[in-house]
Design a protein around this ligand. Structure first.
Ligand code: HEC
Length: 163
């Protein structure tokens, strides 16, 4: 009698196990087939991602654009806003220490008499002296972080004040 009960219980347990296994498999099948990607596509993409070359050789001679590189690398180009160009007035603040007050006999902004003899040298020479320094004026007025172009721009701004 005890054996019969045991066998019965065993059958029920097996039944439940087999049933739930089939149920889980069926559910998994439904879930996989419902997904946008098949399992294989995802694996394939992952593999392509991992074996993608770090760099791309560019041999065609055409201009390399951010978009082209991004496309080749399958990445979204990050649009970095170009650093806002400093206005001449902004740059001039660094020159104003001396050129505002005429410290060390620096020619003052708007002072025609101070600038006229210098203008006679030609603008190019003034640019060069502003960039390289002259007498007691240090190169770029001590602001080596300014580009040559920015210095030329602010020299134009200073010269405009006496024109
Ligand atoms: C530390 C003071 C000082 C600062 C700051 C300064 N300058 Fe000068 N600058 C001078 C002095 C002094 C002179 C006159 C030098 C001389 O004649 O020997 C001068 C002369 C000049 C001249 C005339 C050069 C020539 O050939 O006659 C220009 C142009 C000039 N500065 C541009 C600038 C610009 C642009 C800046 C800012 C980026 C600047 N300076 C910042 C002191 C300064």
């Amino acid at each position: 009698m005890a054996d019969q009960t045991f066998v019965k219980t065993l059958k029920v347990v097996f039944g439940v196990l087999v049933g739930s296994t089939i149920g889980i498999l069926a559910l998994a099948n439904v879930l996989i087939s419902d997904a946008d990607y098949s399992h294989e596509t995802v694996i394939q993409e992952n593999i392509e991602d991992r074996i993608r070359p770090v760099g791309n050789v560019h041999l065609t001679g055409e201009a390399v654009t951010v978009e082209a590189v991004a496309a080749a690398e399958k990445i979204e180009p990050v649009q970095v806003a170009a650093a806002a160009e400093k206005s001449a007035e902004e740059i001039y603040q660094a020159c104003a220490v001396c050129h505002g007050s005429g410290v060390l006999n620096a020619p003052k902004l708007g002072d025609k008499a101070g600038w006229e003899p210098r203008l006679a040298k030609g603008v190019e020479q003034l640019y060069a002296n502003a960039i390289n320094g002259m007498g007691t004026m240090p190169p770029k007025g001590g602001r080596l972080d300014f580009t040559d172009e920015e210095i030329r721009r602010v020299v134009d701004y200073m010269l405009d004040s006496v024109r």
